[in-house]
Design a binder for this molecule. Structure first.
Ligand code: ADP
Length: 357
């Protein structure tokens, strides 16, 4: 009998330890409170959410986690057999949005032991939802502006039969410009959605980043000359990258396009290719207008522009850098920017080196 008892005890201890390991390893927070509101269990994740100490068990809930809203949810769940769901915001160094499911147990007629609550961190989900909502609002706004201009001028043309030829021509030119703008926005949006939905397959191959940069500069020679800007390409170390040709060309085109757009005449642009330790860094450096430090973190966002009017006047859509970011990420690379207002900007794209280089 003693042996049986020992085995049973071992089994119970083992099960308890297993349960504790599962609870402590969960990505969800778990809180168990008895009928008097005393904490019976709070797993590691829950303590992390609320910055609570490890010895929270055995203390009143409101004493250890000072959140009246959570206390009210637990109290409500203890009054009903239904599962209470609620969204909570936890302030602190890293504010979070938690989705809480609370239910008393055991449910039904049995004598109640307490309430269990499970917490999911939905902060990232909410952020993405906001990004999506902002994107729809921004895209509609961006499309509405040229559309309104086109309609306005078309109506004027239709309603004024006796317009002078010069005015007619000027109005048609405005319509043409805005129609082109609409076209640019729609094609950039389609490009972005194609990259994001991963419909377009990238075909990475061994390429010489220096050659790609030099070819690009050659193709752009007339535009570069028109801007009165000098562009130089410098290579250092191995410049063999593992990248999709079209994607790499598009990334460099967008960066070079910006370097030209946001520089005054007589400025200098340098494309520097440097390979080391299995990576190749391609930098596009300009001596242009620069980017204010408070905008740096946001310029890769869709439609984000430091100076909307200047970007529009130059035919920008605010989508060029988003396309760069997404293409680079799909090629297992990274992109970052350093800039000083009035002194210039440097965009650095880092890509995997081609095998064997
Ligand atoms: P846009 O079509 O407006 O150029 P991008 O996504 O390419 O859109 O760039 C976003 C914004 O970042 C630009 O509107 C501009 O304010 C800023 N920017 C990008 N590149 C540069 C640069 N080389 N120098 C200064 N500002 C830049």
């Amino acid at each position: 009998m003693a042996e049986q008892l020992r085995l049973r005890l071992e089994e119970v201890t083992h099960e308890k330890e297993q349960l504790r390991a599962v609870l402590e390893g969960m990505v969800e927070g778990v809180l168990v409170v008895d009928t008097k509101g005393t904490v019976l269990l709070a797993n590691h994740r829950l303590r992390e959410f609320y910055g609570a100490s490890a010895d929270i068990a055995g203390r009143p809930l409101l004493d250890s986690i000072r959140d009246a809203e959570l206390d009210a949810i637990v109290a409500r769940a203890s009054q009903t057999d239904e599962v209470i769901t609620h969204e909570l915001t936890v302030e602190g160094a890293r504010p979070r949005i938690l989705s809480v499911y609370a239910a008393r147990f055991p449910s039904g007629g049995a004598r109640r032991v307490g309430t269990v609550a499970v917490f999911h961190d939905v902060t990232e989900l909410m952020r993405l939802e906001n990004v999506r909502r902002d994107f729809v609002a921004n895209a509609s706004h961006e499309l509405r502006t040229p559309l309104a201009a086109i309609r306005g001028f078309a109506e004027t043309l239709l309603g004024n039969g006796g317009l002078a030829e010069a005015d007619r021509r000027a109005y048609l030119e405005v319509i043409d410009r805005h129609a082109e703008r609409l076209g640019n926005i729609v094609s950039d949006l389609l490009e972005l959605s194609k990259i994001e939905s991963r419909k377009s397959r990238l075909a990475p191959q061994a390429l010489d980043a220096g050659d790609v940069a030099r070819e690009l500069v050659q193709d752009w020679e007339p535009r570069i000359r028109e801007h009165g800007i000098r562009v130089a390409v410098h290579c250092e170390g191995e410049s063999g990258v593992w990248a999709d040709r079209q994607a790499l060309e598009q990334v460099l085109s967008n960066l070079l396009d910006n370097a030209l757009k946001y520089s005054e005449a007589d400025a200098e642009v340098e494309i520097r290719v440097k390979g080391a330790d299995g990576r190749v860094c391609i930098q596009v450096r300009d001596t242009g207008i620069g980017i204010p430090s408070e905008d740096l973190a946001r310029i890769f966002e869709r439609f984000y522009r430091v100076d909307k009017a200047r970007s529009r006047a130059l035919g920008g859509t605010g989508l060029g850098l988003s396309i760069v970011k997404h293409l680079v990420q799909r090629m297992d690379g990274t992109v970052r920017v350093e800039s000083e207002l009035g002194a210039g900007s440097t965009f650095s794209v880092e890509l995997p080196a081609s095998p064997g280089s």
